[in-house]
Ligand binder design. Structure first.
Ligand code: 6PG
Length: 241
């Protein structure tokens, strides 16, 4: 059974996600979240920083990024920059809780290793069980920076990898891999807008082919998978499935 939550627009979707996130984060002593970039989650981040601000247990949440573009943090297209602007600059999060991908390092392979080490330090010897992973869905079916045909989709050990030839600019990125995404307690896709309708219907209803549709590779092993959609994105879904 697919867990789909459907909303009339991005604002009601974002508020519902904010409520669910706050509820879940409040149940844990230490709650880890992987944030996503892109345009869709920005409103959610703004709501968390404003309307929901007083309900979020900020000091207990650890922020990671499911992917980052290899750009200066003050670049308009930086995922970290966007999250800072929409959320983190407005709230009181202990600095040690914000785990920014080290894209300032000259070598992206080294940055991927360092970010993976940071995750290892965070989880200790245990499983890398992120509490909540946010993902967007690309129009080509990509998730995080796992693009169709990418060799990183085959990865079974690494938790973070460098991407050097992303078809979506910029070409160089860091991305979490399916092995860590699929070990999360909860994975949450945020998909809004009519341009996403074809990719969404393929991701959910086309025969399984994660090499072509990376979103299909997201299958939590022992966690939940929730699709937060607006009506436009969901307009091509088959209601009988
Ligand atoms: C990136 C983004 C990317 C994004 C999807 C959906 O670094 O390019 O993280 O993976 O999540 O492309 O983006 P939108 O929500 O903007 O459509």
């Amino acid at each position: 059974m697919r867990d789909i939550r459907l909303f009339t627009d991005k604002a009601s979707l974002s508020r519902a996600v904010a409520r669910a996130f706050v509820e879940r984060a409040s149940e844990s002593e230490r709650f880890s979240v992987a944030l996503t970039g892109g345009g869709t989650p920005r409103l959610l981040y703004e709501f968390l920083a404003t309307e929901y601000h007083d309900r979020v247990p900020w000091e207990r949440i650890h922020f990671f990024w499911s992917d980052e573009r290899y750009l200066p943090l003050d670049h308009a297209e930086s995922n970290t920059g966007m999250v800072r602007e929409a959320l983190l600059d407005h709230v009181d999060v202990p600095v040690e809780n914000v785990h920014v991908p080290p894209v300032e390092l000259a070598d992206p392979e080294e940055a991927a290793r360092r970010y993976e080490e940071e995750l290892h330090r965070f989880f200790g010897s245990g499983e890398p069980r992120l509490g909540w992973v946010f993902l967007g869905l690309g129009e080509d079916g990509h998730v995080a920076s796992l693009f169709p045909g990418s060799p990183s989709l085959e990865e079974s050990n690494r938790w973070v990898m460098a991407v050097k030839d992303s078809p979506k600019p910029p070409p160089v990125r860091l991305t979490m891999t399916l092995p860590i995404i699929n070990r999360a307690a909860g994975v949450h896709f945020l998909v809004a807008g009519a341009t996403k309708a074809p990719a969404l219907s393929s991701a959910l209803e086309a025969p399984q082919d994660p090499a072509r549709l990376p979103a299909q590779g997201v299958r939590p092993i022992n966690g939940t998978l929730t699709w937060w959609l607006d009506e436009q994105a969901a307009s091509k879904l088959n209601p009988s499935k």
